[in-house]
Design a binder for this molecule. Structure first.
Ligand code: CA
Length: 233
């Protein structure tokens, strides 16, 4: 899942970016509102972490502006310890949640996962798809109850597919979700990750939709024994 972080404090911003990356998020971090605003206009994010105390226009200004133009992306605001008025303002202007500084990255990551599950209409903590069970908090995938070894990028890709089980996702939409602005993208990287998911889990886990992109395979197709090499499931 891809996050937009807006935090002007270099130490805190760097800590959040690194910490959330370690929790498996793809991160774009900006130190002021205008940069974040143009990133939001050109790229798709799954959630925003917004500090309210920013240079120039503050976080509340940007939040109101984004909501006014119909941005529905979940937003968590970061506020000062004594900022109760700010917290109320933040929620009333369209924030989904808030966290008081000092921030514990593990707590922020957990709140983000909860927000993302709700925004995707899948609030349950373990996502089941046929014999596959995925736990975003543990970043673990079980196939027929057996752990599957996935790289962080493969895990992130699997999570995107499971979050949108009914949708065909274009290659550019998938790349948008997996890679931040400053990452070099090899044009074959996505195909390679899809190949690995199929090899490690099931050949029909991901369908290729010709000319459009990829989609999660139907649950019924994951139960047959033809591609898993097992006789009679
Ligand atoms: Ca600040």
């Amino acid at each position: 899942m891809r996050l937009l972080i807006v935090e002007d404090d270099p130490l805190l911003g760097d800590g959040l970016a690194r910490g959330l990356q370690a929790h498996g998020f793809s991160i774009d971090w900006f130190t002021d509102g205008p940069q974040a605003d143009s990133a939001l206009a050109t790229s798709s994010f799954d959630a925003i972490v917004l500090d309210l105390g920013l240079p120039g226009r503050d976080g509340l200004h940007w939040l109101s502006r984004w909501r006014a133009r119909g941005e529905r992306v979940p937003v968590i605001v970061l506020t000062a310890r004594d900022g109760v008025t700010q917290r109320i303002d933040g929620l009333d202007r369209g924030a989904d949640d808030y966290l008081v500084k000092p921030i514990q990255v593990a707590e922020l990551a957990a709140r983000l996962r909860a927000l993302l599950r709700r925004s995707q209409g899948r609030p349950e903590p373990v996502w089941q798809h046929g014999p596959l069970a995925y736990n975003a908090a543990a970043r673990s995938a079980l196939w027929h109850g057996v752990p599957v070894e996935l790289t962080p990028r493969e895990t992130a890709l699997l999570e995107v597919f499971l979050a949108h089980p009914q949708r065909v996702l274009s290659k550019s939409a998938l790349q948008d979700k997996l890679f931040s602005f400053d990452q070099e993208i090899d044009s074959n990287a996505l195909e390679v990750h899809v190949h690995h998911l199929r090899r490690k889990i099931h050949a029909k886990l991901v369908r290729t939709v010709r000319g459009m992109g990829y989609a999660l395979g139907a649950e019924a197709d994951l139960d047959d024994a033809d591609d898993s090499g097992k006789a009679g499931a």
